[in-house]
Design a protein around this ligand. Structure first.
Ligand SMILES: Nc1nc2c(ncn2[C@@H]2O[C@H](COP(=O)(O)OP(=O)(O)O)[C@@H](O)[C@H]2O)c(=O)[nH]1
Ligand SMILES: [Mg+2]
Length: 444
């Protein structure tokens, strides 16, 4: 997908946030202003842009900071989610027999997209035929015939005929029982009464399962007007936005379609027949931001935050034992992978890879040692004298020095926890602090 002004603008905003020491109110406001400017420049409707930033402000006010996320990360998460929402919903094409009517004005890629879709369904094992009812363009039939030849798909047309309805009827007579029937209709320079009458008649005859409007990304926000007009004429089931690879107004077109209430189903992303993407706003936004698999990463962030499920209050209850110490370390380890994810996003603290590897190694040996301890020792490590250290070392295949290190780490951590004990409310960032503490202590 083309790196448009939208992509550059968004990346700039995110980079500024990443580089800033903290997420100040000022940074938040300048970021929101920058986002507005960038979206408007990409031809997103001003009203939509205002709703977008107001939505972000509202969420920042009302939503609790997610577990384990810093203010910066939280901000970026919300901006990302709102951008995705602005661009509409994900499409899941049904891979089954169906009739598709392609409509639109001239030159937006109706004919090429007809062939792209034919290739799409053929590849998925469905027998497909293309029928062209374009009696307006002299070479319409020839264009489709050549495309059909390339992908081995039958094409029906009557190059000499001027009667679109008749062509459709004949085509259906011949190919009516084909799994997927795609009808490429004629366009006009603009949507006029004549075109509406024609596509209404074709629509009535074909009874399509899908009626797709083909729009070039260069339409930007004016896409919504055409979407509304075609929609009220024949009831669209979807829009295919083409030339996403060569227009900076793609964001405007996509948000306009979402606003018009007609789902975007596919994207044309090039001139070749395989240049067709199933529409997925998450993927689109991720690409804009330059994060290849941001949705996957966000999913991981969520998972880690949930899995972590570490309740600091619970850790503080009663005596701080080795078991609790281990639980805290495990959380720390997850924090490690969490930091790694955020680092990939470009927003996390820089955690050195060696630190993570080292701490994971340590976690393993700590675990072996703890497995060699008795329940009593785990509950009350003060019991562990020199003799017991030797026994634990032998049992776990570690050195006595390593066992002593574990006990030392434990005592240090216990001390910190004692400080918090009795305090009703934990500092919000205790988990992060514990994470850092654990990482630092173990990695050093
Ligand atoms: N770069 C790019 N060009 C496209 C895309 N879709 C169609 N085109 C080009 O747009 C031009 C018009 O396409 P065509 O299918 O004939 O449009 P129609 O008049 O709506 O049938 C052709 O040169 C296509 O190769 C796309 O997604 N990306
Ligand atoms: Mg055409």
């Amino acid at each position: 997908m083309v790196v448009s002004g939208l992509a550059d603008g968004l990346r700039n905003v995110f980079n500024k946030i990443t580089r800033a020491p903290i997420m100040s109110e000022q940074l938040r406001e300048t970021s929101l202003k920058e986002l507005q400017r960038t979206l408007i420049m990409s031809d997103v409707d001003v009203k939509l842009v205002m709703e977008f930033t107001n939505g972000i402000r509202e969420r920042l006010k009302t939503e609790r900071l997610s577990k384990g996320l810093s203010n910066k990360e939280f901000f970026i998460k919300i901006v990302y989610e709102e951008l995705v929402a602005l661009m509409g919903k994900e499409h899941q094409p049904e891979i089954k027999s169906q009739r598709i009517l392609m409509v639109g004005t001239y030159g937006h890629g109706k004919t090429s997209t007809t062939a792209k879709l034919a290739k799409f369904y053929t590849k998925r094992g469905l027998k497909t035929v293309m029928i062209t009812t374009d009696t307006w363009r002299p070479a319409a039939y020839e264009q489709l015939r050549q495309l059909g030849e390339k992908i081995g798909v039958n094409v029906y047309g009557e190059p000499e005929s001027k009667d679109a309805m008749k062509i459709l009827k004949n085509g259906l007579k011949k190919y009516g029982d084909t799994d997927v029937i795609i009808v490429d209709s004629a366009g006009r320079d603009s949507l006029n009464d004549e075109l509406i009458t024609e596509i209404k008649a074709l629509h009535k005859e074909l009874k399509p399962d899908q009626s797709y409007l083909i729009l070039g990304a260069d339409m930007g926000q004016t896409a919504s007007k055409q979407a509304e007009e075609f929609n009220s004429a024949i009831g669209l089931t979807g829009i295919i936005v083409t030339r996403m690879d060569s227009s900076a107004k793609g964001g405007g077109a996509l948000s306009a379609c979402a606003k018009a209430g007609v789902p975007v189903t596919f994207l044309g992303i090039g001139e070749k027949l395989e240049d067709l993407d199933i529409y997925d706003p998450q993927r689109y936004v991720s690409r804009l931001l330059g994060y290849g698999d941001l949705p996957a990463l966000m999913e991981k962030v969520k998972e880690v935050a949930e899995e972590e499920n570490l309740n600091p209050e619970e850790l503080l209850e009663g005596e701080f034992t080795l078991k609790k110490f281990y639980k805290q370390m495990e959380a720390t380890k997850k924090m490690g992978s969490f930091s790694k994810i955020l680092e990939q996003l470009g927003v996390g603290n820089q955690v050195k890879k060696e630190d993570i590897a080292q701490s994971e190694e340590k976690m393993k040996t700590f675990k072996y040692m703890m497995d060699s301890m008795t329940e009593k020792e785990l509950e009350d490590p003060d019991l562990i004298d020199k003799k017991r250290v030797a026994r634990i070392a032998k049992g776990s295949g570690c050195t006595p020095a390593e066992v002593r290190e574990l006990l030392k780490q434990f005592k240090l951590t216990k001390k910190v926890f004692k400080k918090f004990k009795g305090k009703k409310r934990m500092p919000r960032n205790l988990q992060r602090m514990m994470g850092k503490m654990g990482m630092g202590g173990m990695g050093a």
